[in-house]
Design a protein around this ligand. Structure first.
Ligand SMILES: [Zn+2]
Length: 269
């Protein structure tokens, strides 16, 4: 079985400090490729550097909505230059967040718009974060007036919102929350069961959102398997089959060369 973790923040110190062990465990779990998602200019630059010379790790360039306020005047220009270097596989993590409210909302929207426009120009997919902002994001994407290639990551919205994102052209990615035992998440599992097979992805959002039975602990790419298993159960398909489907989707969306796979012992830069 082969799977891809489409969303991991491997530059977070608690993950980067144990990168080799963590990638060994990922390979052991069947994870062949990881999208290393940037959240600030510095994090994106570090991700690009860390992925260079390593097979199976693919960096992105983005400024997360919760980090927009702390970004400096020239950060966007530097991020744009990084995105144009040809090594990043997506723009993001970008999007909108009303939960933490660390950045005035119009500033979040302006930065999200910059990511969307550059992604369109460079023909890169966009990785979108939404926290209590599904309607705002749908409105902003509709205003683009074109389909959007990308993913709504760690989707936790309603079925109606899922349909709206799918109509806009996005993939939906599921993370550890799908595995939590809370009955309040049953509607999310029901929605996940109905997402078209060609638009569904799995991710960990490491080091966050660790799946059951590791809830509350530091998450890592190997645990994409737990989410994949629950997703397969709710969809009533064998886990190997869903692994194949989600892997093909991730590879097509992020244009990951299938030959560049994590391999134990090959990972030193
Ligand atoms: Zn993230």
């Amino acid at each position: 079985m082969e799977l891809i973790d489409t969303h991991a923040h491997l530059m977070e110190p608690r993950l980067f400090s144990q990168l080799e062990e963590l990638l060994t465990r990922a390979v052991g779990a069947g994870v062949s490729q990881v999208v290393v998602v940037g959240t600030t200019l510095a994090d994106s630059v570090a991700g690009v550097a860390a992925c260079r010379g390593r097979v199976g790790l693919f960096p992105t360039a983005g400024i997360h909505p919760n980090h927009v306020a702390e970004s400096e005047a020239g950060d966007w220009d530097s991020l744009e230059a990084l995105a144009r270097c040809g090594q990043v596989v997506a723009m993001g993590e970008t999007g909108l967040d009303r939960h933490w409210d660390r950045t005035p909302f119009p500033e979040q929207q302006a930065m999200f718009q910059k990511h969307l426009e550059l992604a369109g120009e460079l023909d890169l997919p966009v990785i979108i974060h939404s926290r209590q902002c599904e309607t705002d994001i749908i409105d902003q994407l509709k205003a683009l007036g074109r389909p959007v290639r990308g993913v709504l990551h760690s989707f936790t919205g309603t079925e109606e919102q899922a349909l709206a994102f799918l109509e806009l052209g996005l993939h939906l990615s599921f993370a550890g929350m799908l595995t939590f035992k809370n009955p309040s998440l049953n509607p999310l599992r029901a929605t996940a069961a109905r997402v078209p097979g060609n638009r569904i992805l799995v991710e960990t959002d490491s080091p966050y959102l660790s799946p059951h039975p590791f809830r509350g602990r530091t998450n890592e790419p190997a645990r994409a398997v737990e989410t994949l298993q629950v997703l397969a159960d709710v969809r009533g398909v064998p886990v190997e089959e869903l692994a194949g489907v989600t892997t093909a989707n991730a590879r097509a969306l992020f244009r990951l060369p299938s030959a560049d796979r994590l391999a134990v012992g090959e990972m030193a830069s």
